[in-house]
Every structure is written in C-alpha cells, then in structure tokens.
Design a protein around this ligand. Structure first.
Ligand code: DGL
Length: 270
C-alpha cells in the first residue's frame, strides 16, 4: 500500500480528461497534475523541444514524491517516453498510447477502417500505427494531424461553430475518402470535442485513450502494491500559467465530489 500521489502531466488541460475515470475507479488515490499551459501546444514543436520541456516537468513531479507518473499527453508519449523512463528509473512512468493501441487492436478487425487523429508530432512519430500493427498487422489505419484543435480547446472555444468548422476542415475528406468507421482521439484534448465530432459524424465508433489508460494505471498500482489505502490530503493542480479556463475545468470536474483541490502557479518552469 502506498498513499503517495499519482503524478499526471500534459502540455495543458487535455490530461484532465483522464481524471474523472481515475476518480471513479480509484477514489482513494491523490493526484498531482502539471499542465504546461504557458508553453502549450507541444504538438507543433520540434521533438527536441518537447523532450526538454518533458524532462523539466517530470523532474518537477519527481520532487513531489509521486509513486507513479502518467504521461497524459499523446505527443510526449509518442516522442520521448523511453528517455523519460531512462531519466527516472525509480518511478514507473506510463504512456497513453500503448493501452489505446491494445484496445483498438482487440476491438477491430480487417474489415474496419481506423482513423487516428492527433498533433503533428504524434502523427509524424507513427507511434499509434506501429503499436496497433504490432498487435494486429492486418488492420487498416490512416492518420491525420489536426493542429488547430488544441489551441481552440485551450481557449475554451468548444461549443462553437469555429470548432465545428475546424473539425470539418480536417475530417470531412479524411473520413469520407478513407471510409473511416473507427476514430481514435489521439490527443488528450480531443475528448473535450467528442460531442462535436459525434454530432457531425454520427455513425463513428470512438476510441478514447484518456479512458483506456486507466487499465494500465490499475494494473501498475496492483502489481507494484502501490494502491492507496486511505484518502489523504488534497488534489494539487499546477500550471505554468494558471489560466481561467484551466481552473474552471478542474472546478467543474471536482464539483460535488467532496474533494479539496489546490491550484498552484509555477512560473519558474516557463
Ligand atoms: N494533450 C496533448 C496530446 O495528447 C496535446 C499536445 C499539444 O499540446 O499539442 O498530445
């Protein structure tokens, strides 16, 4: 048993989409979340830059005495998970791509047409394609980057025709031409526009890695005897630039849960 917190890390507020799944399944666990809101988006930056930012933030989470780090960011998972694990060999570090790739490979067959959407860095890495094909080489996979989604979501422009136009701009042709029937939301920000996507393309089956990663979290905690036995202290949310939208979204997640939440602005990382 281990009552230390679980560290979560994303370029901004996207990784928050993992939190409700965790809270429902493991209500005794405590969270230390870091959103690098001052430097988001990561997905259009060079891999070297993404890696340097990720080193800084995982180093910071390590100082928070976390028992596990969840990289709640597809871009970081796709580009530097191995280096992060080498840098912190004493802390289990989970990426978000493998659990989702496993779920896709198990639920789809050769008749399906799978579409992966993500940031430029995630799509360029080929991480989803490679992992899914490792589990099932017969699957048909197409990928496309959607670089305006993250900045719009960080600005809170979601239930809005600008977001819908942006979705249509990237996905109308992609989905029709490739006859996509299964869409993987390969960026943790995208579950926040899931309703927009299903409204525009109602027949699609959606895979949400923010939900799938829970399987790996539970497994790692159980195998390492790391589950919390008592709910202690509060959940802490750090941001490199504490935006109104970030605070509002967290307050929405925790409303009526009885949990206490602390916000901290960490300017010195930015
Ligand atoms: N939520 C991050 C991801 O899953 C967004 C990356 C970005 O900041 O561009 O990839």
């Amino acid at each position: 048993m281990d009552n230390r917190p679980i560290g979560f890390f994303d370029s901004g507020l996207g990784g928050l989409t993992c939190i409700p799944y965790l809270m429902e399944a493991l209500p005794l666990e405590r969270i230390v979340y870091f959103g690098d809101t001052a430097r988001t988006p990561y997905g259009s930056k060079a891999v070297r830059t993404i890696r340097n930012f990720s080193f800084e933030i995982t180093d910071f989470l390590a100082t928070e005495n976390v028992k596990l780090i969840v990289i709640a960011c597809n871009t970081v998972s796709a580009t530097c998970l191995t280096e992060l694990r080498e840098r912190h060999p004493d802390i289990p570090i989970l990426g978000i791509i493998s659990p989702a790739a496993r779920a896709v490979a198990h639920s789809c067959g050769a008749d399906n047409h799978i579409g992966i959407i993500g940031t430029k860095a995630t799509v360029q890495s080929g991480a989803y394609r490679n992992k899914i094909l490792k589990y099932n080489p017969a699957l048909d996979i197409c990928e496309t980057p959607c670089p305006t989604f993250v900045p719009l979501i960080e600005e809170g422009i979601i239930q809005n025709e600008i977001m819908d136009l942006s979705i249509r701009y990237y996905l109308d042709h992609f989905i029709a031409y490739n006859q996509i029937d299964t869409l993987v939301l390969g960026c943790t920000h995208y579950p926040l526009i899931r309703k927009n996507i299903t409204k525009i393309y109602p027949g699609l089956s959606i895979v949400d890695p923010s939900e799938e990663v829970l399987v790996s979290i539970v497994q790692t905690l159980k195998e390492g005897n790391l589950c919390a036995e008592a709910a202690e202290g509060e959940h802490t949310f750090y941001a490199s630039d504490l935006s109104e939208n970030f605070v509002e979204m967290i307050n929405r997640i925790f409303r009526n849960t009885g949990f206490t939440v602390t916000f901290k602005n960490l300017e010195d990382i930015a």
